[in-house]
Design a protein around this ligand. Structure first.
Ligand code: MG
Length: 426
């Protein structure tokens, strides 16, 4: 009987025209990649990113460190390839992908991760998220600007701050730990986690011993919840021989978390307390001072990350993050189309008005106004116009009058394209 059983599937979902997700299931390595970019570029990016990772399948490593190094190198190589392809082919420009991958080396599991696809571990009935989302909303949560509950419905929740294909310098999170019998590893794209909560995922995994059936059920749950994105699920179950009844302790102490080989990443070091025991956070008693220091360090790192994000947004080559983001919102009373993301870092707004409609808050149904205040995300500018066109109107005696009255404001706004456009009219 096989020690490791891995399986996976991907589904287009209910809304998207194509599937930009990709996954890999091999003997000793699994991976999920969620591609982004216009036309077919997202599919190209996610598929290309998996190639260097797939090359690791079947490799034998002298020790754990070399396995981690090889995994990290594969992710860095994936980044190099995607960047190169985008440089060679103009239609691929701006493409990118997430990449979350797990390598089995003997009894150890190594994870490398960039983006907002996730790795979870189900052990003893408890589901733990192993990876941090490299997203704007996670950054805002870390900074205390929004709550996790707000993040779940934040219009910019899909904006990622780290991805394969954005730039030559890539920071890769890695994580290593010993597998215990019965461990189930889940890798998935945000098409699952965006609409299916952790409790549901845990109950499906616990109730479905057959891996293929569990994968199918999770995808079905995401589709039942609307399937707004491509859904990819990979499962890996560790079942060593039953003769090895002398299992490792339920709460292993051998867990280590490492990041770059050349330096100790305090952000990840700070997670050892909670992830290392794979138990409840409050059950971790040791070294409270160290953990407090680690938490402080995390906050510093989060702030620094904010600055890095800001620099990245202001710098070249990062239109990836901003340019494809549109949303419909309010500028004062007026319904407008914003470009960028509905957030600020310090005093700097990350969005600006690109187009003004003839609508004001009094023209739309009252119940719809909060949605506009929150910002309604659009796929592109045309989609944003469609959102405005289909906004539920209040009954007006003569709609032409309304349009005529609003016209001058619309013309005014055509000239505005920068962040200052959100300021008061001259
Ligand atoms: Mg996705």
């Amino acid at each position: 009987m096989k020690r490791i059983v891995a399986t996976g599937a991907t589904d287009i979902g209910q809304v998207r025209q194509g599937n930009e997700d990709a996954f890999l299931v091999a003997d000793s390595i699994v991976a999920v990649a969620d591609g982004m970019g216009g036309h077919l570029a997202g599919e190209v990016a996610s598929a290309a990113a998996l190639e260097p990772v797939a090359d690791l399948d079947g490799r034998v490593f002298p020790d754990a460190q070399q396995a981690v190094d090889a995994l990290r190198s594969a992710v860095v190589e994936a980044n190099r390839r995607v960047l190169q392809m985008a440089e060679d082919e103009p239609t691929y420009r701006g493409m990118g992908t997430t990449l979350t991958t797990a390598l089995v080396e003997g009894r150890r599991l190594h994870i490398a991760h960039v983006g907002d696809s996730r790795a979870y571990l189900l052990r003893d009935g408890e589901l733990r998220q192993l990876t941090d989302d490299h997203t704007l909303v996670q950054h805002l949560i870390d900074e205390g600007q929004i709550s996790a509950a707000q993040a779940a419905h934040h219009p910019q929740r899909s904006v990622i701050t780290r991805a394969i294909g954005v730039g030559p310098d890539l920071e890769v999170d890695t994580l290593s730990f010993d597998l215990a019998p019965g461990d189930t590893l889940l890798l998935c794209s945000d098409g699952l986690t965006g609409v299916v909560d952790d409790e549901t995922i845990a109950s499906v995994l616990a109730a479905t011993p057959d891996e293929q059936a569990a994968v199918t059920t999770l995808i079905t749950r995401a589709n039942e919840a609307g399937g707004p994105d491509n859904i990819t699920v990979v499962l890996l179950r560790y079942d060593p021989d039953a003769t090895q009844a002398s299992a490792p302790p339920a709460v292993p102490r051998t867990v280590t978390i490492s990041s770059r080989v050349d330096r100790d990443d305090p952000d990840w070091a700070g997670r050892i307390g909670s992830i290392g025991t794979l138990g409840h956070e409050h059950a971790v008693q040791e070294e409270p001072l160290g953990r407090r220091a680690a938490r402080f360090t995390r906050r510093v790192v989060a702030t620094m990350l904010g600055m890095v994000v800001l620099l990245a947004l202001l710098g070249g080559g990062t239109w990836f993050l901003l340019s494809q983001q549109y949303f419909v919102g309010l500028d004062g009373e007026q319904v407008v189309i914003y470009r960028g993301i509905d957030a600020s870092i310090g005093p700097v707004e990350l969005s600006w008005v690109v187009e003004r409609s003839t609508l004001t808050v009094t023209d739309v149904q009252a119940w719809y106004v909060p949605a506009l205040e929150a910002g309604r995300p659009a796929l592109d500018r045309a989609d944003a116009r469609r959102i405005i066109d289909s906004a539920p109107r209040t009954e007006r005696p003569d709609p032409d009058d309304v349009a005529r009255q609003a016209e001058p404001r619309g013309e005014d706004a055509d000239a505005s394209g920068g962040p200052e456009a959100a300021g008061p009219p001259a």
